[in-house]
Design a protein around this ligand. Structure first.
Ligand SMILES: Cc1cc2nc3c(=O)[nH]c(=O)nc-3n(C[C@H](O)[C@H](O)[C@H](O)COP(=O)(O)OP(=O)(O)OC[C@H]3O[C@@H](n4cnc5c(N)ncnc54)[C@H](O)[C@@H]3O)c2cc1C
Length: 365
């Protein structure tokens, strides 16, 4: 007889781990992960920053609601960010200020003089910037481990090397097949499979929502000079690069969004070369070596908002997907809200300001 659970969460990246931690005090939870190590895919490959406006004004409430919890857990360290531009980018920077005026983020205009002090060796054409003091580095591994430990403490069972291969309705719930990792029965399935969410939907007989994995690359560079430890996260207002310091090295991304099938994403040489070329147009530093490079898949729904809620057609099938480029920084509020929706619990101080309709799978008809 297959063991019985109330809820089977598929995928143990940040999404699966965080929702399992929120659900486990109330239900018998199975957290099933295809890989031998949770966090192997997108969660282990992020740029590890918290940026209030990142993902747009409708994602910002999730990030803002998560900030206090992330601070309380001690996983944030101050960094600050600068969106930079040239003279011709002035309208774009002003549009950015207008777009985010309502979210409650502090955004300060910085001119050339202020910029030079913050980014040594900055080339003269970069004259404009927006500074956001709340931006921080996130200790992603610590946050992920926190959620896995919380889930385990509350009784959730983590099963690794357990790829969901079959999901069939049986009576009031599901019969789930994990190949050599056995079977399980569960009342509800939570789809937290990152880049594989549409695949998991298909195998459970739910309609895929068009959640598309987009590849993004990061290169770790040794530069001369080395980046100062207090360098802010520097982002291009035209979304062509971002970079930040990491233990005396530089993490640089060309901010590409290349559609990809769900897979173990690998970086392309060309994307690294493009990133370095763009970086060399920003500062006069010498790139001495590419020490490391990696890529991960950021998965977006068609409207680029996350998807939390029960599928309107497939009974017992709950979406926790489409975390795009913000799944780490939104994890506390996203997981709390999704658990409340799933269990029918009232909202609390963290989730009260959130508009659930924005994130509902029902918005796709
Ligand atoms: C380069 C890059 C930079 C980023 N920077 C940031 C940042 O600075 N801040 C931020 O907040 N976010 C950032 N992100 C986004 C963030 O990393 C993601 O939103 C988040 O990690 C998504 O978590 P997830 O759990 O949905 O996906 P994943 O971590 O990919 O987890 C999904 C899991 O599901 C498992 N799985 C799939 N199919 C099955 C199956 N059939 N059965 C069982 N398990 C299955 C997979 O093995 C995987 O472990 C970045 C992403 C990238 C790629």
């Amino acid at each position: 007889m297959a063991p019985a659970y109330d809820i089977a969460v598929i995928g143990a990246g940040m999404a699966g781990a965080s929702i399992a931690a929120e659900l486990a005090p109330y239900a018998r939870v199975l957290l099933a992960e295809a890989e031998p190590m949770p966090g192997y895919h997108t969660t282990g490959r992020s740029a590890a920053f918290f940026h209030e406006a990142y993902g747009g004004p409708q994602v910002a409430p999730l990030s803002m609601a998560s900030g206090p919890r992330l601070r309380e857990l001690g996983v944030l360290s101050p960094r600050g960010s600068l969106y930079i531009g040239r003279e011709e980018d002035a309208p774009l920077l002003e549009q950015y200020v207008a777009r985010f005026a309502g979210i409650g983020a502090v955004i300060e205009r910085v001119g050339r003089a202020g910029l030079k002090g913050r980014i040594p060796g900055l080339r003269p054409e970069w004259t404009l910037a927006l500074y956001e003091p709340a931006c921080a580095d996130i200790d992603v591994a610590a946050l992920h481990q926190h959620y896995l430990a919380e889930a385990r403490r509350a009784g959730a069972e983590l099963r690794v090397s357990a790829r969901l291969e079959t999901a069939e309705r049986e009576g009031e719930g599901w019969r789930l097949g994990f190949g050599r990792a056995g079977e399980a029965r569960s009342r509800i399935v939570v789809n937290a499979a990152g880049a594989w969410t549409d695949e998991v939907a298909r195998l459970a007989g739910a309609r895929p929502l068009g959640i598309t994995p987009l590849r993004r690359t990061i290169a770790q560079l040794r530069t001369n000079p080395a980046p100062p430890a207090d360098l802010p996260l520097v982002l291009d207002i035209n979304s062509r690069f971002y970079f930040k310091p990491e233990h005396g090295r530089l993490w640089l991304s060309p901010e590409e969004e290349t559609p990809s099938p769900p897979c173990d994403a690998a970086p392309e040489e060309l994307d690294v070369a493009i990133a370095i070329d763009r970086f060399e147009q920003v500062v006069d530093w010498h790139v001495e070596a590419v020490e490391r490079k990696w890529a991960g898949l950021r998965s977006f729904a068609p409207d680029r908002l996350p998807v939390y809620g029960f599928d309107p057609r497939r009974e017992g099938f709950f979406w926790f997907a489409g975390q795009g480029g913000f799944g780490i920084q939104t994890a506390p509020a996203a997981a709390r809200l999704a658990a409340q929706l799933l269990l029918g619990l009232p909202r609390d101080a963290m989730t009260e300001p959130l508009d659930t309709a924005l994130y509902s799978p029902a918005r796709f008809g």
